[in-house]
Each structure stands twice: as structure tokens, then as C-alpha cells.
Design a binder for this molecule. Structure first.
Ligand SMILES: *Cc1c(COP(=O)(O)O)cnc(C)c1O
Length: 367
């Protein structure tokens, strides 16, 4: 049975994880690896774990259940649903939290299971997704005191997140504010906050520029070791394995989608007839480039959107896509192609996310 194939380079993923861990450790920063883009893939979690990162995070509890047998410490990267507390305590050693009701439920369940559940208490420094709002000091302090008082819970650290909903950049200013908030909380609660978890891969730009706020000692990272990209200045980093493509594509050849040619011919570049809208209700315009050689590929928007993949061969151009077909222009392609051959694409973060989610793509691992 045919399926497009996603090939993941595990050796480079492992090496990138090792590089990242060492790079951050040299600045006193501990890292937790985020595996969520791979949707609970055990092999990628194993690669990152083999690279030396002990804690692996996922945003779904059922994915933690899949990966935990590799021996890693597991973290649920979002606040637990009240309806899944039992599984959270069972499969996650750590979870991100910001709600007192959830904390009480976690405490009860942890006691029932005879465990200590680690809490990364989230504060919102401005990005407007998860966390107690930074200026709501009394609520943050009360949450810390609650965690201290509840049996079965332990404070893993204080965390914040940037560049997600609100696209707020991690800066020296909000980093320093986070540090000051933590110091005040420690003084008022008498609780030592062991980790200040300052954000995701976008925080790396502060380190790259040498302006890291001293004292922030933890990050939760996926995209940096997965793509080798520094996402604020949008550049590939020399320290990591990454793509040779222009950085504006934000893709990596560590993730190759391979799809089969099902039709190969020469056709006009402008459709013939009266034009309406496509299956996604979009109207289109076409540039007349005459008759050109093109290939029809057996994958489509339901697998990986064409905006999120780039042909490995620069001479190949994506013409467009429907649900289950992708059209490429191969007029300038030097390699002789025939029906049944495969065309390869590099994927960006969204493309990888989609490819890992769908049951219509087979995974293959390269070592
Ligand atoms: C996704 C996520 C991360 C990691 O993000 P990357 O961009 O992959 O580094 C970190 N923290 C939280 C809360 C997240 O949801």
C-alpha cells in the first residue's frame, strides 16, 4: 500500500540535543526537551534522551504514556484538564499549572497513587496564553503557598512563556521582571524556587546576543534542536545541523517528505475555460509561462500543506495543491524523472507537525 514517507534523521536530532544541552549548561541553564511536534514519537524522544536531555515534554497525556518507558522524566506541557487528573499523575512526573482547583485535584490524586507530582507554576509575563497574570501578585503568592501546603505536590519551578499567542518577544526587560518577581515570591513565601523556566526556543536569541538575564536557569525547547534555527533574528545557527535552504523557508533537511509521481506530462500553465473557485473556495490567478513539464504527486494538503514544504531540488517548483494532489513544475529539473519516482521535500515546523499527526504518512528513521 502506498503512503508518502516522512524520513527523520535521528542521528542529527540526537547530536543537536547534545549540542543544545552543552551550550545551555555552559550558561547555567537546564533544558527540558519538547517532543510535541512529533506527536508522541518514541524514536525522536529516545534520540533526544540519548543526546543527554533527561526530561521530555509533550502537550498530550497519552503521548507521555507512549514515551515514558524510555526512562525519561516526563512533563505535561500544558495545564491538566480536570477530567484527566488520574492519567496526568500516572504518566507525567511534572506538569505546568496555573489553577488552584487543578492543584488541589492533583494533590488528592498524587496521594491516592502514593506519588509526589512536580508543579511548574506558570505566570504570564504578557503573552496572554497560560499563567497567572504577572501583576496579580497575591494570586501567584497564594498558589506558591498552596503548593507548599498541599501533600503530594512539590514546586518544580516558576515558569513563563513567550512568543506563542501574543507573539511577545523574550527580552532583557521581561526576563529581569520575571527574576524580580521570583525573588519577591521567595522572600514572601519562604519557598526556594529552584528553577526559573524562562520560555521556549525563542528565548535563545538572548543567549546568542550575550544579553541573557543572569539567574534564569531553565528553558523548555523543541524548535532549536529540531531545526537549528534562532527564531527571533531568523537565522540558522552554525552550532547545529540545519538546512542549506534560505532561512525564510525555516525548514530542515532532517525531515524529508518523499512522495511518488503518479502523472508526468507537459501542459499549459494557464487553465482552459471559465474560472471559478477551488475546493477551498479560493479564486486563483495564473501566469502564462507557456507549456511546461510537470509532475502530479500522490500527497496533498491533507498530508502537508505546500506552504510548509520545500523541494530538496531547487530546480523543482511547487505549482499548487489540492486535498490529495500536489503539482510540481519540473521543466528545469535536470534529473530524468518517470512515473513511480519519488520527489523529496524539506519540511518546516508546521509541515513536520502535520506530517507527524496524519495517519496517511509513514515514518522512516535514519541513523
Ligand atoms: C511548545 C512549548 C514549548 C516549546 O516550544 P518550541 O518552540 O518548540 O521551543 C515550551 N513551552 C511551552 C509551554 C510550550 O507550549
Amino acid at each position: 500500500m502506498y503512503m508518502p514517507v516522512l524520513e527523520i534523521d535521528l542521528r542529527r536530532l540526537e547530536e543537536n540535543a547534545r549540542t543544545e544541552k552543552a551550550l545551555l549548561a555552559s550558561s547555567g541553564i537546564e533544558v527540558m526537551a519538547v517532543n510535541k511536534v512529533f506527536d508522541g514519537c518514541v524514536e525522536t524522544a529516545q534520540a533526544v534522551f540519548d543526546g543527554g536531555i533527561q526530561v521530555i515534554a509533550e502537550s498530550r497525556t497519552y503521548n507521555l504514556k507512549k514515551i515514558r518507558h524510555i526512562g525519561c522524566t516526563t512533563c505535561l506541557l500544558r495545564s491538566p484538564c480536570l477530567s484527566e487528573i488520574e492519567e496526568v499523575v500516572r504518566y507525567a512526573d511534572i506538569s505546568l499549572n496555573s489553577d488552584a482547583t487543578v492543584l488541589r485535584a492533583l494533590s488528592q490524586e498524587a496521594q491516592k497513587q502514593g506519588k509526589t507530582h512536580q508543579v511548574l507554576l506558570m505566570v504570564d509575563m504578557g503573552d496572554l496564553r497560560e499563567g497567572i497574570w504577572f501583576s496579580d501578585y497575591a494570586t501567584i503568592l497564594a498558589a506558591i503557598n498552596l503548593i507548599k501546603s498541599l501533600p503530594g505536590l512539590d514546586l518544580y519551578g516558576l515558569g513563563t512563556n513567550f512568543n506563542c499567542y501574543g507573539t511577545v518577544l523574550p527580552t532583557v526587560k521581561n526576563g529581569d521582571d520575571f527574576l524580580a518577581l521570583a525573588a519577591r515570591l521567595e522572600a514572601d513565601s519562604g519557598v526556594a524556587i529552584r528553577r526559573l523556566s524562562a520560555g521556549n526556543c525563542t528565548s535563545y536569541h538572548l543567549l546568542d546576543k550575550g544579553i541573557w538575564p543572569q539567574g534564569l536557569n531553565h528553558l523548555r525547547i523543541g524548535g532549536l534542536h529540531e531545526f537549528g534555527i534562532e527564531y527571533v533574528e531568523m537565522k540558522y545557527l552554525d552550532e547545529f545541523h540545519h538546512s542549506q535552504k534560505p532561512v525564510d523557508k525555516a525548514c530542515s533537511d532532517m525531515y524529508i517528505l518523499e512522495a511518488e509521481i503518479i502523472e508526468l506530462n507537459s501542459k499549459p500553465t494557464v487553465p482552459v475555460g471559465e474560472l471559478g473557485v477551488d475546493a477551498f473556495l479560493q479564486s486563483k490567478t495564473f501566469v502564462d509561462n507557456g507549456v511546461r513539464r510537470r509532475a502530479l504527486l500522490a500527497f496533498g494538503r491533507q498530508d502537508v500543506p505546500s506552504d510548509n514544504c520545500v523541494p530538496c531540488d531547487d530546480a523543482i517548483q511547487i505549482l499548487g495543491q489540492t486535498s490529495d494532489h500536489t503539482l510540481v513544475d519540473i521543466e528545469a529539473c535536470r534529473q530524468p524523472l518517470k512515473v513511480g519516482d519519488k520527489i523529496r521535500f524539506e519540511l518546516d515546523y508546521t509541515g513536520l507537525l502535520m506530517a507527524c499527526q496524519t495517519k496517511g504518512i509513514a515514518m522512516r528513521f535514519k541513523r
